[in-house]
Design a binder for this molecule. Structure first.
Ligand SMILES: Cc1cc2nc3c(=O)[nH]c(=O)nc-3n(C[C@H](O)[C@H](O)[C@H](O)COP(=O)(O)OP(=O)(O)OC[C@H]3O[C@@H](n4cnc5c(N)ncnc54)[C@H](O)[C@@H]3O)c2cc1C
Length: 408
C-alpha cells in the first residue's frame, strides 16, 4: 500500500512500508531485517532523495531532549522538528544559531540535505551539528563526533550512511530578534551594494520575481547593531508582508521591528500555519560568494522565461563549512532559490536552461529540491564520501535511485 506523497504532493513514495519504531531496539530490528530501507523525515524535500523499498520514521520515538550547559550542546531524538526543539530550548534559556524558512522540518532531514537559512556569518544548519548517533546496516549503533576523521562526511549524508537516531547540536544563550522588511530597491542599487545589503543584518533574504527586486527581509539580533532606517535606496515597510505577492501575512513571522524570541523570528513562516504557498515546487542553486553578482545577472537575463512560472525567488547567504557534500563546502556561498508554480511540464525544462546559465559559476544544487545535474568536480571529497558510504554499508541497504544517479 502507498505510504503517500511528499509535502508538496509531487513525489509519490515508491515505498510500500513505513515503519514507526518507538524504541531503539525496534529501530535496530527494522534496519537489520530490511534489504533496502531509509529514513523519512518530515517529507519536505521536493525530490525522491528519501525514497526506498521500506521507510522508517522516528516521529513516534520519545524526543528525549538533553541540554548540556557545560558543553553548550543539546541532544535529542532525530525525528524532532525545529519548531518543537526550538520551543524547548528557548523555554530553558537556549538557542540554535540559525534556522531555515520554516520550523516544520525535521532536524535530521535538514542536516542530511545541507538545509540552510541566511546570514553572512551563519553556516548551514548542518554546521551546527556537534555529534550524531546512527544505526548502521548491521543494526549496530555508531556514534560520531567532530574529532572523528569521517565526521565531515557524515553530516550532509543524504541518508546514505544509516538511520540517524540522535543528533547533538551546538547551542548558545537564547536571544531576541526583530524583523524589518525593506522595499523599493532597484537592481542597480542591489547589485552595486550586494555585500552591504547582505551584511546589513544578522540574516538577510532578498525576494524577487526577477523583473524587479521585491522585498528585503532583515532579521537583526536585539543584542547587536540595529537595522538602518533605510537600506541604500530601500525604505522600511510600514505594513506586514508575505513574500509572495497577494498572499496574507498571517502565515509569516512578525515584522515591523517587533522583537521576539529567535524561534519566532528566524523562520519566515509560523509553526501551525502553511509555509510558503503550498501549491509549489522548489529549486535552489548554491554558488560561491565570489560569483554571486555575476550569477544573479545570468539568471536575470532569463527573467522573461522565469517570471511567468514563479511564485517568488529568494537570495540568501551562508558561511563556509568543511562538510564534504555541503553547498558551502570551503566557500562562503549564496543560494539562488526559486519557489515555482506547480507546473512540472514548464518548470523541469526551464531548470536545464538555468543550470546552463549557472554552470560557469560552479553552482551546486540543493539536495532536497528539484534539479537535473550534479557536477561531480565541484565536490572534491565526493570519492571519499562514496568510500565512507561503501565501508559502512557494503551491500547498499541505504542506497536508492537518487543516490545511484547522483552520487555513486
Ligand atoms: C515550504 C518549504 C520551505 C523550505 N525552506 C527551506 C529553507 O529555508 N532552506 C533550505 O535549505 N531548504 C528549505 N526547504 C527544503 C527542506 O528543508 C529540505 O528538503 C529538508 O531536507 C527537508 O527535511 P525533511 O525532514 O522534510 O526531510 P525528508 O524530505 O523527509 O528527507 C530528506 C533526506 O533526509 C534523510 N533523513 C531524514 N531523516 C533522517 C534520519 N533520521 N537519518 C538519516 N537520514 C534522514 C532522508 O533519508 C532524505 O535523504 C524547504 C522545503 C519546503 C517544503
Amino acid at each position: 500500500m502507498s505510504i503517500g506523497t511528499n509535502w508538496a504532493e509531487y513525489h509519490e513514495y515508491r515505498a510500500t512500508t513505513l515503519h514507526r519504531p518507538t524504541t531503539m531496539d525496534q529501530l535496530q530490528e527494522v534496519v537489520s531485517a530490511a534489504t533496502r530501507v531509509r529514513a523519512l523525515g518530515s517529507r519536505h524535500s521536493f525530490n525522491d532523495v528519501a525514497d526506498s523499498a521500506e521507510l522508517v520514521t522516528l516521529e513516534a520515538m520519545d524526543s528525549a531532549i538533553v541540554i548540556d550547559a557545560d558543553s553548550d550542546t543539546v541532544s535529542f531524538s532525530a525525528g524532532l522538528r525545529y519548531g518543537e526543539l526550538g520551543r524547548a530550548l528557548h523555554d530553558d534559556g537556549w538557542a540554535i544559531r540559525n534556522l531555515a524558512s520554516l520550523p516544520h522540518i525535521s532536524v535530521a532531514g535538514a542536516i542530511a540535505t545541507g538545509t540552510h537559512g541566511s546570514g553572512d556569518r551563519n553556516g548551514t544548519l548542518s554546521r551546527a551539528v556537534a555529534g550524531l548517533e546512527f544505526v548502521t546496516a548491521t543494526g549496530e549503533v555508531h556514534s560520531i563526533s567532530p574529532v572523528d576523521p569521517d565526521f565531515d562526511g557524515a553530516v550532509v549524508s543524504l541518508g546514505a550512511l544509516g538511520i540517524v537516531s540522535r543528533v547533538t547540536l551546538d547551542i548558545e544563550p537564547t536571544f531576541e530578534v526583530r524583523q524589518d522588511v525593506f522595499e523599493n530597491m532597484s537592481w542597480d542599487a542591489l547589485l552595486a551594494n550586494f555585500d552591504g545589503v547582505t551584511s546589513a543584518a544578522y540574516s538577510v533574504s532578498v525576494f524577487t520575481d526577477w523583473q524587479s527586486v521585491g522585498l528585503i527581509w532583515a532579521k537583526s539580533r536585539t543584542d547587536a547593531a540595529q537595522p538602518p532606517l533605510s537600506l541604500f535606496e530601500a525604505t522600511r515597510a510600514t505594513v506586514e508582508h508575505h513574500m509572495i505577492a497577494g498572499m496574507p501575512a498571517t502565515n509569516t513571522t512578525r515584522q515591523l521591528g517587533v522583537p521576539g524570541p529567535w524561534i519566532d523570528r528566524l523562520p519566515h513562516f509560523r509553526m501551525g500555519f502553511t509555509p510558503s504557498n503550498g501549491d509549489e515546487l522548489q529549486t535552489e542553486y548554491i554558488v560561491p560568494r565570489r560569483f554571486a553578482v555575476r550569477a544573479i545577472w545570468a539568471v536575470r537575463a532569463l527573467a522573461d522565461r522565469i517570471t511567468p512560472h514563479l511564485h517568488v525567488s529568494e537570495l540568501r547567504t551562508m558561511a563556509a563549512d568543511s562538510l564534504w557534500l555541503s553547498g558551502a563546502y570551503e566557500t562562503d556561498a549564496v543560494g539562488i532559490h526559486f519557489t515555482w508554480k506547480k507546473d512540472p511540464a514548464a518548470v523541469l525544462p526551464l531548470l536545464l536552461v538555468i543550470e546552463d546559465a549557472l554552470a560557469p559559476f560552479n553552482a551546486r544544487p540543493h539536495w532536497g529540491k528539484l534539479f537535473h545535474s550534479v557536477h561531480r568536480e565541484l565536490y572534491p571529497r565526493l570519492d571519499d564520501f562514496v568510500e565512507l558510504a561503501t565501508r559502512l554499508d557494503p551491500d547498499g541497504k541505504f542506497r536508492n535511485a537518487y543516490l545511484d544517479e547522483h552520487i555513486f
